[in-house]
Design a protein around this ligand. Structure first.
Ligand code: ZN
Length: 163
């Protein structure tokens, strides 16, 4: 019996992510398989749950609701700023990440939500918040994680971290 995905597995998989309108948001095509360590939150919860029990060669589609994806869209987490408040040379485009700093000096990421003339709306919502994620998945390989990968909480080597 071939190995299936569960706690302590590393899986390499190909994916295509589409929105509700069917348009492709992201895909591993041309980039090679993506690797993740199961049980460590490396991928969104809804996709991680759908991976359990899958084996090499399996292909499946899964629709992940916002709550199990990048969260619901929080309309209160949007703030409009003047372009002059943005870092020099930053050309805002919708979905772009920007490093921000809180009052305590702690860094966090905000995303460009909208650009309206001299004003830019920034949000802490992920660009895919509020969206149902339609994944098409094909499992390329399933193996046991190494002790080092388990200690780091991520995959090393092809499709994973290189350090
Ligand atoms: Zn590592």
């Amino acid at each position: 019996m071939s190995q299936v995905i569960g706690e302590g597995s590393v899986a390499l998989f190909h994916y295509t992510l589409r929105g509700d309108d069917g348009a492709v948001i992201d895909t591993s095509d041309g980039r090679g398989a993506m690797a993740y360590l199961h049980g460590h939150g490396n991928i969104v919860p809804g996709l991680e749950a759908a991976m359990v029990g899958k084996a090499t060669g399996d292909a499946f589609d899964v629709a992940v609701a916002p709550a199990d994806g990048y969260g619901e869209f929080d309309a209160s987490a949007v703030q409009q700023v003047h372009r002059s408040q943005l870092p020099a040379g930053f050309e805002p485009q919708v979905g772009m990440p920007l490093q921000a700093q809180g009052p305590d000096g702690q860094g966090f990421v905000v995303f460009v939500h909208a650009v309206e003339g001299a004003y830019v709306s920034l949000t802490t919502n992920h660009p895919l918040a509020g969206q149902t994620l339609h994944f098409a998945i094909r499992i390329e390989e399933v193996r046991d994680a190494t002790a080092e990968e388990l200690a780091h909480g991520h995959v090393h080597g092809p499709g994973g971290h290189h350090h």
